[in-house]
Design a protein around this ligand. Structure first.
Ligand SMILES: Cc1cc2nc3c(=O)[nH]c(=O)nc-3n(C[C@H](O)[C@H](O)[C@H](O)COP(=O)(O)OP(=O)(O)OC[C@H]3O[C@@H](n4cnc5c(N)ncnc54)[C@H](O)[C@@H]3O)c2cc1C
Length: 530
């Protein structure tokens, strides 16, 4: 990238009449899902966009080759990704060509109502079933397709091998909101763009922008960038997830096909959560989530331990019967979290000319598979506000984040808290954590009403009312999937009268049900086989 002359500092006041009108220049820092999504939505609305990505990731000829990208800036690309119906439906509605390109690149549709559980006797289609469809592909395939679509838009430039180190601000009258007018950084290695390739490593640059978009992901350094220009750090809510992710990718051997799709795709054994994810181009992956403090489970970080573990798990076994071979080692990832940053204080933006999208703004525990969906919702939401003045944009985008993204952040924090309480139940609490089976033992209802902890009762209703009803009630099955896929509100399962009635009936019948099939061995047996 060629060095640009330093940007002068005109006297703005942070609330200029000028909005980021069509034709204005957005500098998007970070070329992951949120950055690419922002570029797609903003460029199609007529804005000029420059994406600055630190990883040197030359654009390969095929999505399959993108799996070889060195994405150390987004190491989660080496982990299984679910692309939920919310994201799929957003693409169908706002960028149908990108959706088609995904399918052309080998992604497949996961239509949840095509594969109803065998236990569901009412198999009639319902209105809205067509929206219950997720996308199955590798994360690198998703990025490759998105990036190709973005590169095809006039006025978009993607510069890789370029790291942003900070913001450039203009200062107005005293007490005015600081307004960001550009970024500075350096080339870290030659990427594929003509300018990046021509740049010697370490060479500094500055770039002017009407709006700087921080899309640098969960490890964003932007709070430091803000303090460097005299802005207070955004307030932050951080809740660590206390799990470690372990993933390995495989490919089906020539002449073999994937197993029948009728069985479970994963399970929660209490001591271990696991799932098998269908990928594209005949790939699939297996992911484990283990407790950060569970040292005995660290054996799973090694290939031998991982394979010995997978061989014991009901949903993984059919994939590992000789029909596939591994194409990666075992990738661990720790430091997972729920984190939310707030860019408005006392009703005023802390800064203008700068916003954060995706994980840089709101990050949720990957277990729930929401990050990419929320990142794209965020990106399109931002693009829809770009005609605002800088102050109005900051305020309206904060309001959008609060309305559309924050409820899922709070839901993730709550789900994490409940999961932890299951692992460490109160000593006197009835109904210990489920272990050794994907489901709680049937008929083990709560103790006499007088002893019942309301939270424990809720957990019991979840395990012995809701989860079985998902497999037997067409209403609960669809409501659960809408909730899981972010197609309803986080509290939808708790507020829909029909769902509540079906769940409570299922709970009342818990004693009459045969035990749920185990989705893996008990912990002691599991560890002994490693
Ligand atoms: C283990 C794991 C599994 C997950 N599974 C799922 C899932 O199943 N489904 C789902 O929807 N979500 C999942 N997520 C979440 C999802 O990956 C994130 O929500 C998503 O990547 C967020 O996109 P982003 O663009 O905000 O950040 P990222 O994808 O992390 O992209 C940030 C980009 O910014 C670049 N960058 C960083 N600093 C700089 C800099 N200074 N200058 C220039 N560039 C920079 C990085 O190189 C990177 O490319 C998972 C996350 C993890 C950790």
């Amino acid at each position: 990238m060629s060095a640009r002359p330093p940007i002068s500092a005109p006297g703005g006041n942070g609330d200029r009449a000028r909005g980021a009108a069509a034709g204005s220049h957005l500098v998007v820092v970070g070329g992951g899902v949120a950055g690419l999504g922002t570029a797609l939505a903003a460029a199609r609305a007529g804005h000029r966009v420059t994406i600055l990505e630190r990883d040197a990731t030359p654009m390969p000829a095929s999505a399959d080759l993108a799996f070889e990208w060195d994405r150390r800036g987004a190491p989660q690309v080496r982990h299984s990704h679910a692309f939920l119906a919310r994201l799929r439906n957003l693409l169908v509605e706002r960028a149908p060509d990108v959706y088609d390109a995904l399918l052309d690149a080998g992604a497949t549709e996961l239509r949840f109502t095509d594969d109803l559980p065998p236990t569901l006797t009412d198999r009639e289609p319902r209105p809205g079933d067509e929206r219950l469809c997720a996308i199955a592909c590798r994360r690198t395939t998703f990025e490759w397709v998105l990036r190709r679509a973005v590169l095809a838009i006039a006025g978009v430039e993607f510069r890789d091998g370029v790291a942003v180190d900070g913001l450039i601000a203009e200062r107005g009258r005293s007490n005015a909101i600081v307004n960001v007018v550009g970024v500075h950084g350096r080339a870290v290695s030659g990427g594929d763009s003509a300018t990046a390739a021509a740049t010697e490593t370490g060479r500094p640059f500055e770039m002017a922008a009407d709006l700087v978009v921080d899309a640098t992901g969960p490890r964003t350094a932007s709070p430091g960038w803000l303090t460097d220009i005299g802005v207070d750090e955004p307030a932050e809510l951080l809740v660590p997830s206390e799990i470690i992710y372990l993933s390995r990718f495989y490919r089906l051997r020539d002449g073999f096909e994937a197993p029948e799709a009728s069985g479970p795709i994963g399970g929660d054994l209490g001591y271990l959560k696991y799932a098998v994810f269908v990928g594209d181009s005949r790939t699939f992956s297996i992911t484990f989530a283990i407790d950060t403090d569970d040292r005995a489970m660290r054996a799973l970080t090694e290939v031998e331990g991982f394979e010995a573990a997978a061989a014991q798990l009901v949903a993984a076994q059919p994939w590992l019967d000789g029909r596939s071979e591994p194409i990666t080692g075992v990738h661990p990832m720790a430091g997972l979290r729920n984190r939310r940053r707030y860019f408005v204080r006392d009703g005023e933006p802390i800064v203008t000319g700068f916003v954060a999208v995706g994980d840089a703004s709101v990050c949720t525990n990957p277990l729930y598979g929401r990050g990419c969906s929320l990142a794209l919702v965020h990106a399109f939401g931002l693009a829809d506000l770009l005609d605002r003045t800088p102050r109005a944009l900051a305020l309206d985008f904060a309001e959008f984040t609060e309305r559309e993204i924050d409820p899922w952040f709070r839901a993730a924090v709550q789900q994490d808290r409940e999961a932890r309480e299951l692992l460490d139940p109160a000593p006197s609490g009835p109904g210990a954590a489920p272990s050794g089976s994907g489901a709680a033992p049937s008929g083990s209802g709560p103790a006499a009403a007088g002893d019942v902890d309301p939270k424990q009762l809720l957990r019991d209703v979840f395990r012995e009312g809701l989860l079985p009803a998902v497999r037997t009630s067409p209403i609960v099955y669809r409501a659960f999937l809408r909730w899981f896929n972010l197609e309803s509100t986080p509290d939808a399962l708790m507020t829909d009268g029909e769902v509540i009635a079906a769940v409570m009936q299922s709970y009342a019948e818990r004693g009459a049900r045969p035990p749920e099939p185990a989705l893996g061995p008990g912990r002691a047996e599991f560890l002994a086989a490693l």
